[in-house]
Design a protein around this ligand. Sequence first.
Ligand code: ADP
Ligand code: MG
Length: 274
Amino acid sequence: GTTLPKLKQRRILTIANQKGGVGKTTTAVNIAAALAIQGLTVLVVDLDPQGNASTALGADHQSGTPSSYELLLGEVQARDAIQRSAHNERLMCIPATIDLAGAEIELVSMVAREGRLKTALSEEALDGLGIDFVLIDCPPSLGLLTVNAMVAATEVFIPIQCEYYALEGVGQLLRNIDLVQAHLNPELHVSTVILTMYDGRTKLADQVAEEVRRHFGDAVLRAVIPRSVKVSEAPGYGQTVLEYDPGSRGAMSYLDAGRELAARSGLADTTTRK
Ligand code: ADP
Ligand code: MG
């Protein structure tokens, strides 16, 4: 493929939607792989105790492995928790272990509890690693882990499943984003929305897609991710779909989505939110 020019500034995106099973993790790992294939250096931070992104990227994540948990506690530096993909050295991951399950509670009593991830992913902390993109995979809740992700990022990337009740809960997500923006991170904005698990045979999928485009305008990527068995099989092999079946429709659409994302500036004034 074509190699994209290096970014002037690192972009940090948090992949959020408090609904589970909408494709957050699948989008995080496959977009990351797509960006890496195009020559960009990408760090995925797994912030879900389930560790699904770590699994899909083939990263070690048994309890005790330096992970996002130790990172939040300030016990390790980002560079010491990073693992590189066996498939692409530009694709990196800070894994999540089951230890993270307690963090939501542990963080409550900590100093600067909302800003711990931001500190851990600061310019200095990532200096010299050449990272162009950081993608933070959030758990399906709007608790302190997700708030940490929203404080660390400038962009929110929302995957929306082309199903019934697709926009259910999105209002609450947007209100939380507004709260974080007002009180903790003025730069935060929804830069990107992606439609996932699209089934072209159903009228419903088209209706959902239309509604989402009406609501989010230009923030919605033109590339739509089809529902595909290959996409769901890949994590079982510790692979993204771009390694598992590079020619598949799922792989091609994530490649397109990655290209689109990289071509955008990610700045607030390029998005429309109605
Ligand atoms: P979340 O992180 O939002 O909980 P996941 O990315 O884990 O969602 O996806 C939920 C389930 O749907 C997983 O089993 C995943 O493999 C599957 N899935 C995600 N995207 C697709 C797709 N495009 N086609 C088929 N299955 C998908
Ligand atoms: Mg997930």
